[in-house]
Design a protein around this ligand. Structure first.
Ligand SMILES: Nc1ncnc2c1ncn2[C@@H]1O[C@H](COP(=O)(O)OP(=O)(O)OP(=O)(O)O)[C@@H](O)[C@H]1O
Ligand SMILES: [Mg+2]
Length: 207
């Protein structure tokens, strides 16, 4: 059985695609046959895959209604680590991804309007009874109080919060723009360390 991770958030630009490609690439480095299923009509993860070329992870696109079938065919192709990237403002797509997932990750910036947008996702994951974790993303350096408040707000909505948070780091967008990841362009940088910590945490949750 493959591990299936869904990355959802109703808010645009919260870091879904960034998280999806970074985790899938880290999984590939750990010798998983990893794959990103991009259910976003904007196909940003797929574009990243095109820029990347012939390296893992494989990136495929699928409309939400085809997600189940796409996962089945990935399994047949021996894929054992699947990350589902989803569009913003799309309840049905989020619902399908959550249904298929072992673990749901919800990236959000630690800002009031972004946190407010967690509410519908909190309802979806609690209804689906899936383990789900908010991942604070693009946290400005030194913003410890902001991050702490964001954690409390998410917890008040009944959501768990991942202990690892990702800073606001150029390495994330610079690397993605080239079809790479922060770990690949700057292996000893802070962004790389954060992805490593996130990966270790996620692996424990899956095992
Ligand atoms: N931690 C971060 N530090 C710096 N830049 C980031 C970080 N996370 C994401 N970005 C940048 O912010 C922008 C939006 O990120 P991304 O595309 O991953 O969000 P998204 O949730 O997938 O957006 P959409 O909802 O439009 O699909 C991108 O340019 C990305 O490179
Ligand atoms: Mg995206």
């Amino acid at each position: 059985m493959p591990f299936v991770i869904a990355i959802v958030s109703q808010k645009g630009g919260s870091g879904k695609t960034t998280l999806a490609v970074h985790l899938a690439t880290r999984a590939a480095q750990a010798k998983f046959e990893s794959c990103v299923i991009d259910t976003d009509p904007q196909a940003t993860a797929a574009a990243w895959g095109d820029w990347r070329g012939d390296f893992l992870p494989v990136v495929v696109t699928a409309p939400p209604a085809r997600l189940g079938r796409t996962i089945e065919s990935a399994k047949k192709n021996k894929v054992d680590f699947i990350v589902i990237d989803t569009p913003p403002h799309a309840d049905a797509a989020a619902r399908e991804a959550i249904k298929a997932a072992d673990v749901v990750l919800i990236p959000t910036k630690p800002r009031a309007f972004d946190l407010h947008a967690l509410e519908p996702i909190a309802d979806l994951v609690s209804f689906a009874k899936k383990p789900a974790y908010v991942v604070l993303n693009a946290v400005p350096s030194g913003a410890t109080i902001l991050a702490k408040d964001a954690r409390s707000i998410a917890q008040e909505m009944g959501l768990d919060v991942c202990p690892v948070e990702l800073g606001d780091r150029a390495a994330f967008h610079r690397s993605s723009a080239k079809g790479e990841t922060a770990v690949e362009v700057k292996p000893d940088g802070k962004a790389a360390k954060e992805i490593e910590a996130l990966w270790k945490w996620l692996k424990k949750k899956l095992d």
